[in-house]
Design a protein around this ligand. Structure first.
Ligand SMILES: Nc1ncnc2c1ncn2[C@@H]1O[C@H](COP(=O)(O)OP(=O)(O)OP(=O)(O)O)[C@@H](O)[C@H]1O
Ligand SMILES: [Mg+2]
Length: 224
């Protein structure tokens, strides 16, 4: 069996779509790529786990495409060791980082991953306020690669609306922060506001039109 992949959709900022895109990608990988997928929800607000409970109530007889465990950040390593082999892909949903970033246990979670996807909202203020986080992930990349581990960081624009600001964000991030920015973006759409752990967004035509370019680029770049 291929090595288990550990991926986090992470950003120090809140509300940028970390949990939403985690669910969308996890369900699509399970359904379209036949992967066994686990989400470790380390957010004390437990948004993905709560979403699962809400969906389970709505579809009592259905089985989710993806497993979800709500755990504390300090338990992630144990879960990866104990259950990692049973899954092809494990997503770690890391909460926003409000404290000094170098001290939080959440930074350590970035080191357990082999790939980090960074959702960015393309406004100037948002991009500037994320600078410190980019440095933290770049440090993780340097250290992991120094020791011979694979580590890939990909940025993408989420909730895309305004082309001019988005172009600015892409240029800033790739040229100044050294972040490899994806071509595909996710637009600001109602479609993305109700992601499901029971259905893949790629099973509807609108979902395919809006999500497939992003999904395909992620799979290609991360070799999933
Ligand atoms: N592409 C999108 N289009 C429209 N709405 C979106 C999109 N992505 C995320 N949202 C909405 O933005 C809000 C924040 O998303 P989400 O909870 O996934 O962010 P988060 O980064 O996980 O936040 P937190 O830091 O609180 O964990 C949600 O209401 C979600 O439905
Ligand atoms: Mg979240």
């Amino acid at each position: 069996m291929a090595k288990t992949r550990a991926i986090s959709i992470a950003n120090s900022k809140g509300g940028v779509g970390k949990s939403t895109v985690t669910i969308l990608l996890a369900a699509a990988l399970a359904k379209q790529k036949n992967k066994k997928v686990l989400i470790l929800d380390t957010d004390s607000q437990a948004s993905i786990s709560e979403w699962l409970v809400a969906e389970q109530q709505a579809y009592p007889d259905a089985k989710p495409l993806v497993s979800v465990e709500a755990i504390a950040p300090q338990h992630v390593q144990m879960y990866l060791e104990k259950f990692g082999d049973g899954y092809d892909v494990i997503f770690i949903d890391i909460p926003r980082m409000t404290n000094s970033m170098n001290e939080t246990a959440n930074v350590q979670l970035l080191y357990f991953c082999d790939s980090i996807l960074i959702p960015v909202i393309g406004s100037r203020l948002d991009v500037m306020s994320t600078g410190k986080f980019f440095q933290v992930v770049k440090d993780a990349e340097t250290k992991k690669r120094e020791l011979g581990f694979e580590y890939q960081i990909l940025g993408f624009l989420n909730k895309e609306t305004n082309r001019k600001d988005n172009q600015y964000a892409k240029t800033m991030l790739s040229e100044q922060a050294g972040i490899d920015m994806m071509d595909a973006t996710l637009r600001d759409l109602k479609l993305f506001t109700t992601p499901s752990l029971f259905d893949s967004i790629l099973d509807t035509k609108e979902g395919r039109d809006r999500f497939e370019p992003f999904f395909n680029e992620v799979c290609k770049k991360l070799k999933l």
